[in-house]
Design a protein around this ligand. Structure first.
Ligand code: SD4
Length: 317
């Protein structure tokens, strides 16, 4: 069996390539790193890598992670500035015995020492979004903290090895130095080839309160299906946050077990994800919360076209 599952429609092109690689016997680690790197490189995806949206200071600070489910080795970077592919730096860090999680200047210096390319990651289009948001928040009192989509991708290869990788520019208009769940093991991602893996997207501050990805993997290890684990973790966390904290941010997850069965859960109505396995063709799904749990269904052509138009639409400043 092989399988791959990713948060959000933006992962489609990268996942498509990696699904072919996995079908041909490729390794899970390479599949997730390459698929995430493809999202990082695409300038119109404004929440990951090149073209990602900046902090309130107008700088792009990127977070990324990689975890190998065989050895449990992981690497992660936070607040990485102007390095082309944060996920590749995270992957390289997972091969180090120490210093698995590096942030800020230290992460950048290490990446440069290792030969990773220096690249200006702020695009003119991201700056247009930034100027527009500055104006809107000044004029209309909007919350600066919305607009966020982390890519998280889980891979299972025919040898039974699993890996997960994440990458994000974090919350738009975040404070300089702010780190969300995406580079935090157990919250934004977790992977154990003996059980399965999970990855999250949404408001990192809230996802971290539930150690969300670890908890999903733990429940799969305890016998839940991926769908049961995903739904129970997301909805219990949302309920707990509502009753104890008074509000709950966006929480969305995908997960897969070692047999290639997958699940997805969300508390929003706009979540999408992409999956392919040895016995299910590559599909983009939309997901929505319903009373009994998360329902998901394949998107149609009109949805795909509307998406393509949306990411290319001119930005009215
Ligand atoms: C964060 N979880 O930095 C990330 C942002 C994000 O979908 O996912 N968004 O909190």
């Amino acid at each position: 069996m092989w399988g791959i599952i990713a948060t959000w429609r933006m992962a489609l092109e990268g996942v498509s390539e990696s699904a072919s690689a996995l079908a041909g016997g490729g390794r899970a680690a390479d599949a997730v790193v390459e698929a995430v790197a493809a999202v990082e490189d695409f300038p119109l995806y404004k929440s990951v890598g090149y073209g990602g949206l900046p902090t309130e200071n107008g700088e792009v600070e990127l977070d990324a992670a990689f975890m190998d489910g065989d050895s449990l080795a992981f690497g992660a970077v936070g607040n990485l500035i102007d390095i082309a592919n944060p996920v590749r730096v995270a992957h390289a860090l997972s091969r180090q015995r120490y210093n698995s999680l590096l942030v800020g200047q230290g992460a950048r210096e290490w990446a440069l020492e290792q030969g990773f390319a220096d690249k200006q990651m702020l695009t003119e289009r991201a700056m247009q979004h930034y100027r527009k948001r500055c104006r809107e928040t000044l004029d209309r009192g909007l919350s600066p903290y919305d607009g966020h989509d982390t890519v998280g991708i889980i891979g299972l290869d025919v040898r039974g090895s699993m890996s997960v990788a994440t990458s994000t520019s974090g919350l738009f208009m975040k404070k300089r130095g702010r780190i969300g769940d995406s580079p935090i093991m157990g919250s934004g991602f977790y992977c154990d080839s003996e059980t399965g893996a999970a990855t999250a997207t949404g408001v990192g501050e809230d996802l971290m309160k539930g150690c969300t990805s670890y908890e999903i993997v733990r429940r799969m290890a305890g016998g839940m299906t991926p769908q049961q684990a995903a739904d129970s973790v997301v909805f219990e966390l949302e309920d707990k946050l509502m009753s104890r904290f008074g509000r709950a941010g966006d929480l969305s997850v995908v997960c897969m077990n070692r047999r290639g069965e997958f699940g997805a859960a969300t508390n929003i109505s706009t979540f999408s994800f992409v999956a392919a396995t040895a016995d299910r063709p590559l599909t983009v799904f939309r997901a929505e919360r319903e009373a009994q749990g998360t329902r998901y269904w394949p998107v149609d052509e009109a949805w795909m076209q509307a998406y393509a138009a949306r990411i290319r639409a001119p930005i009215e400043e």
